[in-house]
Ligand binder design. Structure first.
Ligand SMILES: O=C(O)CCC(=O)C(=O)O
Length: 338
């Protein structure tokens, strides 16, 4: 019964995405007929009133916790992000505060400064060229539909998923991004994730469990994977196995916006190429900080501050909240709170 309901739900989501089954390319998920209006205006919890999203798009996000906007970021901008990424990997430029990550399967002795040895860069707010992504008007126009007019860029990443070595370490376990954030409410936080090239199931596109943004923040821990797991790749053990999963195959420039409680992850990169995406999490400047001590997020706080201490010399006893206060950046409106 549960499985039948799940299958029906998956059909509905795939119908919205404009494709007949999981694995096929997404058609235009943001277009389509607007549902007939009813005499009672719908009550929305996850999106704000403005004239950017159609009624259908709002309903889709409310119901599923994500929304794909096709062809949002230009080829010219993506080329600029790629070029800057290459300069960073080759160590031609060394932006401040950035964390460079390498796959757990890469042997230290084989390291040479190149794109092939960097799986992810985090916190690129110190790099003017990459940070342009977080200020693009076409991105912020959509972000405002979730956060309102005062917008902070709170976390940035460029992910360069390498070809899998056979150890399956290129998977990203299912997780909720709110686990990493010491501020609330979650409904005023949104991720923008832009494909820098075609992303498919073969090169490890994003997988999402539609509707899970309506649940709570679940306990996260490192999965017990035989080949090892990358640092900070926490996962959820307790999720409904029968929950429908949607693989977001996207073209270069397509952007998905998603809620920080949406359960998502990404698969193995089975190709020989490096799958690149650029991403920023945004939050309303009206959000408030929370203390994560005594919560399931505390382990992450300890891990992160240990790394920041080792790599950047930041005091080890700094709280997650203070770490964020220090690096979040206003990108639109006023810094009211965060
Ligand atoms: O791009 C990916 O592979 C997944 C990224 C992701 O979910 C994350 O870093 O939170």
């Amino acid at each position: 019964m549960e499985q039948t309901r799940a299958a029906a739900r998956l059909r509905t989501v795939l119908g919205h995405l404009g494709r007949p089954s999981a694995g096929a390319a997404i058609a235009h998920p943001t277009s389509g007929a607007v549902s007939p209006t009813t005499s009672h205006p719908p009550q929305f919890q996850y999106t704000l009133d403005n004239d950017v999203l159609s009624l259908e798009q709002r309903k889709f996000y409310e119901e599923n916790g994500f929304l794909v906007i096709k062809n949002l970021v230009s080829d010219a901008d993506i080329t600029r992000f790629r070029n800057q990424f290459e300069r960073i990997c080759k160590e031609n430029v060394k932006p401040q505060w950035m964390t460079i990550m390498r796959d757990v399967a890469l042997e230290k002795s084989k390291f040479i400064p190149s794109e092939e040895s960097v799986t992810k860069i985090q916190n690129f707010h110190g790099d003017e060229e990459l940070f342009r992504y977080c200020t693009l008007p076409e991105i912020l126009k959509y972000v405002e539909c979730f956060t309102g007019p005062n917008i902070m860029a709170v976390h940035t990443m460029l992910i360069n998923k390498p070809p899998d070595s056979g150890k399956k370490t290129t998977r990203h376990p299912l997780h909720q991004d709110l686990h990493y954030f010491p501020f609330r409410p979650g409904n005023k936080i949104v991720a923008a994730w832009t494909a820098m090239e075609k992303v498919t199931r073969d090169n490890g596109c994003l997988s999402v469990l539609p509707g899970t943004h309506k649940g709570n923040l679940k306990p996260h821990d490192y999965p017990q994977w035989e080949g090892g797991v990358n640092i900070m790749y926490y996962g959820i053990q307790d999720y409904d196995e029968n929950s429908p999963r949607v693989h977001l195959e996207m073209e270069k420039g397509d952007t998905v916006f998603f809620h920080p409680l949406l359960i998502h992850g990404s698969g193995l990169n089975k190709t020989k190429g490096y799958r690149k995406v650029i991403s920023c999490h945004f939050a309303s400047a009206d959000c408030h900080y929370i203390d994560v001590k005594g919560t399931n997020q505390e382990k992450f706080e300890k891990d992160l501050t240990r790394i920041m201490h080792k790599k950047l010399g930041i005091p080890e006893d700094i709280s997650l909240k203070d770490l964020y206060k220090f690096h979040v950046q206003l990108v639109k409106g006023e810094r009211t709170n965060l």
